[in-house]
Design a protein around this ligand. Structure first.
Ligand code: SF4
Length: 333
């Protein structure tokens, strides 16, 4: 059966340099007119892939707030419809098309948020976006990435949301304001923040009620203890649909993980189309070959730190271990 195929293109680059960007930083280079058509036509002849949505946008456009589509995992373009990607000019229309909430990302107050996003003025934009959304009866959702550096400031961010009465103002038009905190994955640029990853005992008590799935998290030490004899493998699989991320150099990746060399499927300009589509259909990329050959227990034994109190969800921790293995040049692929 053909699987629906979504293509997500890096048409314009991104004005930000977020320190948590899981797809990884890439040079900004605007694609040329006709490149999108070339990419869509590349896949059009293949009947095992059913091209359903044409092309979406991979990274953020200037004048937008929120995440590029790649930042919302397997859901791809659906993120626009559910409000995880916000373009200012479209705010008045969002409510009309049924969007009830829009997610905005913080890393603390002004200085930290601007620094983590890599662009001065971001924090003020987020506050302006909050007001704009409220004015159009759309609930802002404030998500905050927590680490050892910003944990106390996130308490102040929570207090700011209370001072601005965001909960009450959303309730006034029948929607719910959400404030939530999480540690994020540990891939892409975020991998470089491992050294300040939040430790289990350091999450401020005020934030715990707002922490996503806190009960399902464990310290790295606990995961190493639990996983050392685990014979499963880190798996990624396109179940119902395939989402491909395409860089401005025409490199192709699944949207499982970061856009780095060992996750690359191929290149639309230099690889033979039949071979590239075979790799897509068979999920044949170097990183997944490594994943199939190493058990989670082996990865935990070789790369896990049994003394670390850093906090992880199980899936994020397994992916972090796999990535350490992928960056270990002594491991042949
Ligand atoms: S996380 Fe999104 S907005 Fe930030 S640098 Fe990456 S693509 Fe750009």
């Amino acid at each position: 059966m053909p699987k629906p195929l979504d293509l997500v293109l890096d048409l314009y680059g991104c004005p930000n340099r977020c320190l948590h960007c899981w797809i990884g930083h890439m040079p900004n280079r605007r694609m040329r007119d006709g490149d999108d058509r070339f990419i869509v036509d590349f896949f059009r002849p293949y009947r095992l892939l059913q091209l359903v949505t044409g092309a979406g946008l991979l990274r953020r456009l200037p004048g937008t707030v929120g995440e590029g589509l790649a930042s919302v995992g397997q859901r791809g373009p659906e993120a626009v419809r559910t409000g995880e990607f916000l373009a200012y000019p479209y705010v008045p229309f969002l409510r009309e098309v049924g969007v009830r909430g829009v997610q905005l990302t913080f890393f603390g107050l002004e200085t930290l948020t601007d620094r983590y996003v890599g662009r001065k003025g971001t924090f003020r934009e987020l506050l302006q976006a909050t007001e704009l959304l409220l004015a159009h009866r759309i609930a802002p959702r404030w998500q905050a990435f927590i680490n050892e550096e910003n944990k106390d400031e996130l308490v102040e961010l929570l207090r700011l949301s209370e001072t601005l009465q965001l909960r009450e103002r959303c309730e006034a038009f029948g929607e719910e304001f959400r404030f939530f905190v999480h540690e994020g994955s540990c891939d892409g640029e975020n991998r470089k923040l491992y050294g300040i990853r939040i430790c289990k005992g350091d999450v401020p008590a005020e934030l715990k009620p707002y922490y996503l799935d806190f009960d399902r998290l464990a310290s790295e030490r606990e995961w190493v203890e639990r996983l050392w004899d685990d014979f499963s493998h880190v798996t990624f699989h396109n179940v119902d649909r395939i989402v491909l991320q395409i860089s401005n150099r025409f490199d192709v990746y699944f949207n499982f993980f970061e856009m780095s060399e060992r996750w690359k499927i191929g290149n639309l300009k230099t690889d033979a189309p039949d071979e590239l589509v075979r790799r897509v259909a068979e999920e044949d990329v170097p990183a997944l070959c490594v994943a199939r050959n190493r058990t989670v227990g082996e990865l935990a034994g070789q790369y896990g730190d049994p003394h670390s109190e850093r906090l992880f969800a199980r899936g994020d921790y397994e992916e972090y271990l796999l990535n350490l293995c992928l960056y270990d040049q002594s491991i042949p692929v």
